[in-house]
Design a protein around this ligand. Sequence first.
Ligand code: PHE
Length: 358
Amino acid sequence: MTDLAALETELAARIDAAQNLEALEALRVETLGKKGRVTELMKTLGTIAPEERKARGAAFNVLKDAIAAKLDARKAALEGSALDARLAQETVDVTLPPRAREEGRIHPISQTIDELVAIFGEMGFAVAEGPDIESDDYNFTRLNIPPEHPARQAHDTFYLAGKPGESHVVLRTHTSPVQVRSMLGQKPPIRVIAPGRTYRSDSDATHSPNFHQIEGLIVDKSTHMGHLKGCLVDFVRAFFEIPDLRYRFRPSYFPFTEPSAEMDIACTRGNGELKLGVGDDWLEILGCGMVNPKVLSMCGIDPEEYQGFAFGMGIERVAMLKYGIPDLRTFYEADMRWLRHYGFAPADVPTLAGGLAR
Ligand code: PHE
């Protein structure tokens, strides 16, 4: 009669000694396979005297289970070390700096948009978009700029030939039509920012026919002018990375906000240098105000129930101020020397925690 204890000891030792999954599989076949040693043992049960059969059968089962458990444990261990070996072999040092040789740079406009999205995203604004080619209705009329309104002249609009009978189509002169689209397209509470291209028929050292703006819009039941102020002060301080930056709000006029204001940041000019955040000079950086109740109604929102604020800002302008870029036109010249100087490394994704730039 086979000594089960001795057999178990022998098999256990060989299982422990198996160096890889193939060797272990061969052992499994040799012991528990169809013709395996333990399987063969089980088959002998029929030849055993009935009085002994029960005890013997139980003993065989204990052996079989013990071997199966041993095989499983060794298999798990071998798989673990196979994974460890692979991880060790394929290890990547994520702390290495990006390749220094890379040529491509992120354009300051893209970088600035990423920074703006990071800051306002942290405040809970979602990014909304609208088309560059916009209806006259969304670009002007529903923003409380009816056809005869003098504000239309100030916009130097590019009008596109429309189909007869349809309302005019324009290249959007500001990102404010995205306010209209957001209000028509979603129910309050609304909290969106809309960065994008804008167009005006104007071209000199400080104006480009194609430029970029970012719009902000909040509509809910309780947002008031104090929130507008807090939001924009937090924003300019985060963006310019000047925690105690001085600012002021001046009363202003926009047809789509009431009351309206413009925000200025303090600066000092001298010795051909511009220092932001301190001093007695002022730089205008954005327009803002409480959404005009007329605009809310024209966009399908009940002004008796809802209110909110909006703001709009030129992206080139804040980028020039932050990064000391003196001439607007250089943004669009695709000059590699300029881009190498003012551009950003692709791996430097701006975040509030990691730093906004460089
Ligand atoms: N759309 C305005 C502009 O282009 C800016 C603005 C947006 C002002 C939203 C107030 C509110 O000048």
